[in-house]
Write a protein that binds this ligand. Structure first.
Ligand SMILES: [Zn+2]
Length: 974
């Protein structure tokens, strides 16, 4: 039925109704008259429906109150009085997205589902949570989710515990996270953006119960809310539900949440901060410099898009002039940029890592001189074209992986909506894009640089310097403060804290009552489709090469994956193969300098990527297929040009420009140093598998072992440069031959002939020799290791291979993953242990891993893993509970995939020799899982844990304190 502007539908007055061509959608804005809630509906045929409710939540301090509220409202509410309804939904709904996010000035509660009944349930639980949380009745919520004093016995040590407290300790274990926080603190001394909305561990314990409740009372009202709906749904019926079940009970109130603008500075502000490194670490090459600019306002969509392009152009592309200038001047090892959105006043950051304090003046000078030069001489038009094309490709492709499209549009539209402007502004990108394209002929970006960077005094130079032993210093300071506080307490007061600690633990361990659990609506097993999604695969032959073709609608884009058999690479050259994946596309070729090459690639394609990995066959981890993978996406009409570029890269790259080689080695190593801690979970999982699993050992070479290789070749580059270059050339020559190639293609059937023609050109240019295959005998790594870092928390993993012990893979293991992650580990490792989470993975090849992340504990978590078998033996679960876990497992398996993801899945199944029947069998087993199947896994888990393979990455002090549990402890950083 047609909607009329000004008419009221279930209490919602229609304010605007407009077609959004860019999204093939209809956009409707409503105002709920009684409560003052605003609602934006993006209507179209997409069945992956999205709902979210957001609130403007600007913090006035760094206690993390918005973040703690975000966690806490999901801990039980009026209609759903459970300990954690959120967890119940993760366990047992068909959601395709379910989360909550705290931003610097807003909090979002989004859900997505393709099932109508499920979608309604999710909305109901989320609305009840935000408007009627149980936080007013249960002070334990702040204690558990935020912070509390923990003390086991009167004579024991007093400590701080809490989920957000630990989460943020983990978050601030990486230097780049610390830098980002310090930048905002420096640029916005007088507004909400100067505070840490996530919470700074130093300030979190200052939050009181009263402040906590006040924050909710003030901001969680419909008058301060932004409701968003997306996709194919019965809108009227949904509006009726919102009105009757929730909004009608509220009366519009004024909510003062306007976000003031920070008054600009009169001159550049300089600020210097410390970040922690290990006591044993060197401090050379560990300083960060950043120049930061507050650039305009988010409500101008042109600002947002133009700065996304500018940031890429100046700092991301290998052709980026500012990146090149800073590297060539030897300011640091790596250059990075960031354009921070999601704030009323967005920020552009130009940063260098791996530098030294004496380079400060040089850094500032190179930044301004380069910007100055760009405005006078003009920016290379090819570079501008390349960066604009990349943005345009991404906008039109709208491929957000497993994230629902509607969610990304939601985040985008908040850029203007939250600040009182139309939510349409950021979605209608065509006029803005057209304007930005004038940059191809006019001084567009040059004048932005002049106005927003050169002539803009709202800027800050923020420096971050390494401070050895700072983590331990802070820790002992906190310990002293707590001891001093304890000394002021009377015996009676200490008893109260001890009792509180015990009560909280008891509460956390007590299961929800069946009546309370039953309040969460649950689907039936019958709501899940029985058939596994078909693998879309048509195996063809072209140019004597196997083509794994997935004919799918891709909107004129061809997604290509070239799988080169890497079994031709001898063991000693494997590290160079991984290095090659970081080099290709960034070094010059016969025809192009590396800058020109990067521009050509970005002008003609949507990006090219290089990677290497080994795929294990079927149900074994001893037979595996290592591949070097080149992925490309491009419009079909561009395929001939793209294949030519690819040919240049694969067969014409110049590995002997050692100056360039050295730059990339330094930058890659620096990049790893910065991200290693964040990858902690993957590092420990792969490391543990490398103690006993052949495929695990192979794949570990891409992780910590590769980082160690980078450290070594960077240090000894001068003496080893010839050898490095020769090895890279040799690896490329062995890999890129036709006989090694398997191609994955995802595109429309009608575009296949275009691929055929373009591919013939590439195939003809590859080497024609056939290379001998290696029979790897990789020695397992020595277990068990403690990997020491200056980080504040641990990543703990314990792994084994169950096939080696006579067990075989079964679908019920997937159900067990869900049960452990959201029940046993959730309670023991997250709620009680204070870690961010725990996980369990069982793989078809027989490997299994249990792990924890951002964990304040170490041996306690290993004990939890060891006790899993006993827990499983005693586990009671009724039919409803089992159904819940099965639905939750299925929602993960049935996550909607984009066409290129379907193509990748088809190719990987082909390589692994996994058939449609195998996938169907796993699905049947999951659907039929009963409690007896879970009990049957207890012995397997017990046996696996007794193998005792584990690895921990984390705080050096903590690892030293537990030295005796390891065979080896090693510092990760030099
Ligand atoms: Zn959190």
């Amino acid at each position: 039925m047609p909607y009329q502007i000004g008419n009221v539908y279930h209490g919602f007055r229609l304010v605007e109704d407009k077609k959004i061509n860019e999204l093939h959608s209809q956009g409707l804005i409503f105002m709920h008259e009684k409560s003052g809630a605003q609602l934006f509906y993006v209507g179209n045929k997409d069945d992956n429906k999205v709902f979210s409710i957001s609130f403007r939540t600007p913090p006035a301090d760094s206690t993390g109150v918005p973040h703690i509220i975000e966690h806490s409202v999901l801990c039980g509410s009026r209609k759903f009085p459970l300990k954690e309804p959120f967890v119940e939904l993760v366990k047992g709904s068909l959601n395709t997205f379910l989360n909550a996010m705290t931003f610097p000035d807003k909090t979002m509660y989004p859900v997505a589902s393709r099932n109508d009944k499920d979608f309604r349930n999710l909305m109901d639980v989320y609305l009840d949570a935000v408007f009627y949380p149980n936080i007013y009745q249960s002070p334990e919520t702040l204690m558990q989710e935020g912070w509390h004093y923990e003390i086991e016995a009167p004579e024991a040590e007093l400590t701080y515990k809490g989920v957000v407290y630990n989460e943020m300790k983990g978050a601030f274990s990486s230097a780049d996270a610390i830098l980002e926080q310090k930048i905002l603190k420096t640029l916005f001394p007088d507004t909400t953006y100067g505070h840490e909305s996530g919470g700074d561990p130093e300030f979190i314990p200052q939050l009181t119960q009263e402040q906590f409740l006040d924050f909710h009372r003030t901001y969680y009202h419909p008058s301060n809310s932004y409701i968003y709906l997306y996709g194919d749904m019965d809108l009227l019926d949904t509006l009726k539900f919102f009105d009757e079940a929730y909004l009608n009970s509220f009366t519009r109130i004024p909510v003062e949440t306007a976000i003031p603008l920070q008054a600009p500075f009169s001159k550049t502000v300089r600020a210097e901060y410390d970040y922690p490194v290990s006591l044993t670490e060197k401090t050379v090459d560990k300083t960060f410099f950043s120049m930061n600019f507050v650039v305009g306002q988010a409500t101008n969509p042109e600002t947002i898009l133009a700065f996304q392009v500018l940031e890429h152009m100046l700092l991301e592309s290998p052709a980026a002039p500012l990146r090149k200038a800073l590297i060539e001047a030897g300011i640091g090892k790596d250059v990075f940029g960031n354009f921070q959105e999601g704030m009323r006043q967005p920020v552009l950051t130009i940063a260098v890592s791996g530098s030294n304090p004496e380079k400060e003046d040089a850094f500032v000078k190179v930044v301004y001189q380069t910007l100055q030069q760009l405005t006078t001489a003009g920016i290379d038009k090819k570079l501008i074209e390349a960066s604009i094309n990349l943005l345009e490709f991404r906008l039109r492709e709208a491929n957000y992986g497993t994230n629902p499209k509607g969610l990304i549009y939601n985040i985008n539209c908040m850029e203007s909506w939250l600040y009182g402007e139309s939510p349409f502004l950021q979605l209608e990108y065509e006029p803005v894009l057209a304007k930005i394209k004038t940059a191809l002929t006019e001084r567009y970006f040059e004048s932005i640089i002049e106005q927003c960077l050169m002539d803009n005094t709202h800027r800050a130079l923020v420096i971050l310097k390494p401070h050895p032993g700072m983590t331990d210093q802070i820790d002992s300071q906190v310990r002293e403060e707590l001891a001093a506080y304890k000394a002021t307490l009377s015996a009676a007061e200490i008893d109260v804290l001890v009792r509180q600690t015990q009560d909280l633990k008891r509460r956390q361990e007590a299961p929800d009552s069946p009546e309370n659990l039953a309040t969460i609506p649950l689907l039936d097993r019958a709501d899940i489709k029985k058939e596994a999604e078909k693998i879309v695969l048509d195996v063809r032959r072209e140019e004597e090469t196997t083509i794994l073709f997935s004919p799918l609608f891709t909107n004129k884009i061809a997604y290509l994956s070239f799988y080169f058999d890497a079994a031709v690479i001898p063991e000693e050259q494997i590290p160079y193969m991984y290095l090659l994946s970081d080099m290709l596309g960034k070094i010059s070729t016969e025809k192009y300098t590396y800058s020109d090459l990067a521009n050509e690639v970005n002008i003609h394609s949507g990006g090219m990527g290089y990677d290497a990995a080994a795929y294990s066959e079927g149900t074994t981890d001893t037979v595996y297929y290592p591949k070097f993978i080149v992925s490309v996406k491009a419009l079909v009409e561009k395929l001939p040009t793209v294949m030519e570029l690819l040919q240049q890269i694969l067969t014409g790259s110049d590995y002997h420009d050692t100056k360039r080689l050295q730059e990339i080695v330094a930058e890659t190593k620096e990049n790893w140093s910065q991200s290693l801690f964040r990858l902690g979970r993957n590092i420990v999982a792969t490391r543990t598998l490398a103690y006993f699993s052949p495929v695990g050992r192979y794949n570990e070479q891409a992780m910590l072992t590769f980082y160690q290789f980078l450290v070594d070749i960077e240090k000894n580059f001068t003496t080893r440069k010839q050898e490095i270059a020769d090895n890279l050339a040799a690896v490329a020559k062995k890999l890129f031959v036709k006989a090694n190639l398997l191609v994955g293609l995802t595109a429309d059937e009608e575009h296949y002939p275009a691929f055929q023609t373009a591919f013939a050109g590439l195939a003809g240019s590859l080497g024609s020799e056939s290379m001998p295959k290696q029979d790897y005998k990789l020695a397992f790594l020595d277990c068990n290791e403690g990997l020491m870092t200056p980080g504040k928390v641990q990543y703990v993993a314990k792994a084994a291979n169950f096939r080696n012990r006579g067990y075989s893979y079964h679908g019920s293991m997937r159900v067990l993953e869900t049960m452990l992650r959201y029940d046993y580990f959730w309670t023991k490792i997250r709620v009680q242990g204070g870690a961010y989470g725990g996980f369990a993975n069982f793989y078809r090849n027989g490997n299994m891993v249990f792990g924890s992340y951002r964990d304040p504990n170490l041996v306690e978590s290993l004990q939890v893993f060891d006790q899993t078998a006993d827990y499983l033996r005693g586990l009671q679960c009724d039919e409803r509970e089992m159904t819940k876990y099965i639905i939750g497992t299925m929602s993960k398996i049935d996550t909607p995939l984009t066409p290129p993801m379907k193509g990748e899945r088809a190719a990987s199944s082909y390589i692994r020799k996994i058939t449609q029947q195998d996938i169907q069998k796993e699905r049947d087993e999951i659907l039929a899982t009963g409690i007896e199947d879970i009990h049957a896994l207890a012995d397997l888990v017990g046996t696996a844990m007794r193998e005792n393979y584990f690895c921990v990455l984390g705080n050096e002090d903590k690892i030293r304190q537990n030295e005796t549990v390891f065979r080896k402890i090693i510092p990760v950083f030099e």
